[in-house]
Design a protein. Structure first.
Length: 302
């Protein structure tokens, strides 16, 4: 079944993002001191970083005073408004700039290869793009194999080399193949061995130079894939990658798992990068563009 909205997909995945926050809002009936303490705890438990929680609470308290908000529902709506504003700070309109190259970054196991296939499927269905998959994780034979299976399943062209080949060479060949075969989108699956390893970053930087040299730099999208179930660790991964590469969007995966969801807020705040897509399962359709209002509806069970 294809879900048209993120809200439905998250609800179907029975996600427990912010579950405690939801329970909290349904169980409370008075706004007293303990209300603010418990709200603080709930937000921190949901993986919103400490400083951001403090800022959000100050804003909520101030606006509830200024606007004379004392009903429960109004306060919840006000929190939703604040969260949406936070999440939309660096928002980009996906449809106004269809990329020609998407480089996917992230450590092993976050869902990068799966996201490459899902993105190909999404751009083809939504914008009629003709994608080509570039198997640039030459470090692991399994990654190549997995991407090939997706390519066959979705009937998408793939360019791959032998295990151990130079990923930049695979990228170069992919760009040339795309132009010869009239493909308009190259989706690049990259290696994700330990993000702290310097040589991985050097390898990714080299690929970026090739991509820029061989195509219009304006049409390159660098998306970082983060597994929502790893919480605050995802934030340090994101920092490590974004120090080396110009990450322009985040894909949050595994929101159907035990994710707490607040990490989305911390990422946007700390890295000033928008969330572009979310993944809520292993099937190709469990992948949708991010919508802050739908996300917050689920967070706050509205
Ligand atoms: P990579 O190492 O980053 O390329 O990660 P993979 O794409 O190989 O994914 C690792 C595992 O996570 C695979 O078993 C995927 O099926 C699974 N996976 C990817 N995205 C999701 C998701 O959104 N939800 C769930 N539950 N599993 C996912």
């Amino acid at each position: 079944m294809i879900f048209s909205s993120l809200e439905k997909a998250l609800k179907k995945a029975k996600t427990n993002i912010f579950s405690r926050l939801n329970q909290f809002f349904t169980s409370k009936d008075a706004i007293d001191i303990s209300f603010w303490d418990t709200l603080e705890e709930c937000l921190i438990e949901s993986d919103v970083s400490y400083q951001l929680v403090q800022d959000l609470l100050i804003e909520l308290k101030t606006s509830s005073k200024e606007n004379n908000i004392n009903s429960y529902d109004s306060l919840k709506n006000e929190l939703k408004r604040i969260l949406i504003e936070e999440l939309d700070k660096y928002k980009k309109d996906l449809s106004s700039n269809i990329p020609q190259i998407i480089m996917l970054l992230g450590i092993n196991g976050v869902g990068k290869t799966t996201a490459a296939a899902k993105l190909a499927h999404y751009y083809h269905n939504r914008y009629g793009s003709n994608p080509l998959l570039c198997a640039a994780d030459t470090f692991r034979a399994a990654a190549n194999d997995q991407l090939s299976i997706w390519a066959e399943r979705l009937n998408i062209d793939i360019v791959k080399h032998q295990e151990g080949a130079d990923p930049s060479a695979v990228l170069y060949d992919s760009i040339k193949a795309a132009s010869a075969r009239k493909k308009d989108l190259v989706i690049v699956d990259t290696a994700g061995r330990l993000h702290t390893k310097k040589n991985l970053m050097a390898e990714l930087e080299k690929m970026m130079r090739i991509a820029k040299r061989e195509s219009n730099p304006e049409t390159i999208e660098v998306l970082l894939v983060l597994d929502a179930t790893v919480g605050q660790n995802g934030l340090s991964q994101a920092k490590a990658f974004s120090q080396h590469l110009p990450v322009n969007g985040i894909i949050i995966t595994k929101l159907d798992g035990t994710a707490k969801g607040g990490i989305a807020l911390s990422i946007v705040r700390e890295l000033r990068i928008p969330i572009s897509f979310v993944s809520t399962g292993e099937s190709v359709d469990d992948f949708l563009p991010f919508s802050s209002s739908e996300y917050c509806n689920v967070l706050l069970d509205i």
